[in-house]
Design a protein around this ligand. Structure first.
Ligand code: ATP
Ligand code: MG
Length: 563
């Protein structure tokens, strides 16, 4: 045989089967390689999906994102989810057949069996007679094969992942394993997104409740650091308040301090974890109520405290007024009783003194003393009359009254007293002031009292002395008021005396000059008119007294000074 060495070599290899093994070997290698690269693609898809799907995504978006990536690993012309809702399996999303949303999956369909038995379903051909596909011909027309993967959450079936193709027999057992992985991952993502959703909803509810509280609330840790606060601005406690910032130490935020306050409630709570309540009058003349509540840790240890701040200025003023009224009412009742008892003996004393004085007119010394007795008696009678008015024993008629006119009349009466003291009187009377229901004489009495007080307060003034009489309309939540204001630039009233000046017999004047009844009398008159008498004063600068009387709303031409 004359054969070339190459062909000889081949023949030997063919005969010994080396070539067949090589072929098999390469074929196997190729298959493995393809398998590995397919696995790689699938892993890559799972990885990309796990990165692309985030907590804030809806289930629909998750399926949308999967639908973008899945065709790289297998044929996929349909991707959807059927989820259990109210005991029924319903199509939650089905791309691209969104018209089938909320379609129920009937219990005699193969899909339901897959769901109920928690086993994957592989349909190489679509069974047209299946109730679900029969009910959805549009789907049946486009689809040829389908895979259904049960979605299990702690072994409980929650739904089905549906993957479909327009090709007959598009899926193998191998695809099923991969899709089961995908299904497991989707369940975890859906569960996480639901948990995230629940937590964010709970957080939102909690935050909106926290922010709906009209007063500031702060959560402060044991190191005085403000951890949390609602969106209400902090009250202004100091004249120069530190800038309101988000965090920081509570002692700095509220009081501009660099070290904790000496009487910090946190120290008390460390001893005993009980709530602490405080009331504070600020530099800015506001009254604030603070409530501190301990926040305890797992073992009952103090971990923080909450602090709420409430501005109770109006409430506190109202309480003071009520207290004052109650005190005045009690004093008034007593005064009325005493006044009645004194009235008759006083009349007898004055009468007898006057009679004796007439009889002993020739004994000058005696007559003078008797005149003194009669005058003192008359002064006492005046006081008694005031007391009776103050205790509202005297019922007076009320008619529609022009306050400006009553002021003019009162001025005419006291003018000479004021002029003597070289006081400039300024009038700013509101021309449109509506009439109020009042007793003109009593209003004159109040204005006179206020003007005489203002004159006395200006007594020691070195510079220009002025009294300004003003009338204006004011609206507040209680209605509309006609206000008479008497301003002076006199000595002012010390803060500690502000609450005392309306009390009967409180006077800073010498005994012969004042009885301390003027303001309490005026206060009683204001109350009897359904009004108020209030004061604002700065020691050394002056005072303003406001007599406010209610106005019937319909008689209002315009609001001059809305307060
Ligand atoms: N305009 C004012 N400026 C400063 N202090 C005032 C003013 N008005 C009242 N007061 C203070 O209030 C006190 C009480 O006033 P009130 O009118 O009740 O009594 P009085 O003036 O002392 O005596 P009376 O009015 O009975 O003659 C006064 O003694 C004074 O200390
Ligand atoms: Mg007075």
């Amino acid at each position: 045989m004359d054969q070339k060495p190459d062909s000889q070599h081949k023949l030997i290899e063919d005969l010994t089967g080396v070539n067949t093994s090589k072929l098999n070997y390469y074929a196997e290698l190729k298959k493995r390689n393809e398998e590995i690269s397919r696995q790689n693609v699938r892993l890559e898809i799972l990885y990309r999906l796990s990165r692309a799907i985030n907590l804030e995504m809806s289930v629909e978006d998750m399926i949308g994102e999967t639908f973008k990536h899945l065709p790289q690993a297998l044929r996929c012309e349909l991707l959807g989810l059927a989820m259990l809702k109210n005991g029924e399996l319903q199509i939650r999303t089905l791309l691209p057949f969104q018209s089938l949303l909320h379609q129920p999956v009937s219990r005699d369909s193969l899909l339901w069996t897959s769901f109920a038995e928690k086993t994957a379903l592989l349909l190489p051909q679509l069974p047209a007679e299946d109730p679900f596909f029969a009910a959805n011909p549009a789907l049946a027309e486009k689809l040829r094969s389908l895979v259904a993967i049960p979605l299990l959450q702690r072994s409980v079936a929650k739904g089905l992942l549906l993957v479909g193709s327009s090709q007959v027999g598009a899926y193998t057992q191998d695809n099923l394993d991969f899709l089961q992985h995908l299904g497991d991952q989707l369940v975890i993502s859906i569960q996480n997104a639901q948990l995230y959703d629940d937590v964010s909803r709970a957080r939102k509810n909690w935050e909106s409740t926290f922010n709906a509280v009209p007063d500031p609330i702060l959560l402060i840790d044991t190191d005085h650091q403000v951890l949390l606060r609602n969106n209400r601005p902090l009250p202004k406690i100091l004249h120069v308040q530190p800038a309101d910032q988000a965090g920081g130490k509570c002692y700095f935020l509220l009081y501009g301090r660099l070290v904790p306050c000496p009487d910090c409630p946190m120290d008390m709570m460390r001893q005993s974890p009980e709530p602490v309540y405080r009331r504070l009058e600020t530099e800015t003349q506001r009254v604030l109520d603070f409530a501190f509540y301990p926040v305890l840790g797992e073992y009952g240890e103090l971990v923080a405290m909450t602090k709420t701040v409430k501005d109770v200025t109006e409430k506190s003023q109202m309480e003071n007024r009520l207290l004052h009224s109650a005190r005045l009412a009690a004093i008034g009742e007593m005064a009325a009783g005493v006044a009645h008892e004194l009235n008759s003996p006083l009349t007898a004393i004055i009468g007898t003194a006057q009679l004796l004085r007439c009889e002993w007119v020739d004994r000058a010394e005696l007559a003078e003393s008797l005149e003194e007795v009669a005058n003192c008696g008359l002064r006492c009678k005046r006081i008694i009359k005031n007391l009776l008015t103050f205790s509202r024993q005297d019922q007076v008629p009320m008619t529609e009254t022009d306050l400006n006119r009553e002021i003019e009349r009162a001025m005419a009466l006291v003018h000479y007293l004021i002029d003597k003291s070289h006081i400039r009187i300024i009038k700013s009377l509101c021309a449109d002031l509506p009439e109020v229901k009042a007793n003109g004489l009593q209003i004159q009495q109040v204005v006179t009292n206020l003007m005489i007080n203002a004159r006395d307060a200006l007594d020691k003034n070195e510079g220009e002395k002025t009294i300004r009489l003003e009338t204006f309309l004011k609206r507040n939540r209680d209605g509309l008021w006609a206000v008479v204001a008497v301003h002076d630039n006199g000595q002012g009233i010390e803060k500690e005396n502000l609450s005392k000046i309306f009390t009967p017999f409180f006077t800073s004047k010498e005994a012969t000059k004042g009885t301390g009844l003027g303001l309490s009398l005026s206060f009683g008159i204001a109350q009897a008119h359904g009004g108020t008498l209030e004061v604002e004063s700065i020691p050394g600068e002056g005072s303003v007294f406001f007599l406010s009387l209610p106005v019937k709303d319909c008689s209002v031409p315009r609001v001059v000074n809305p307060g």
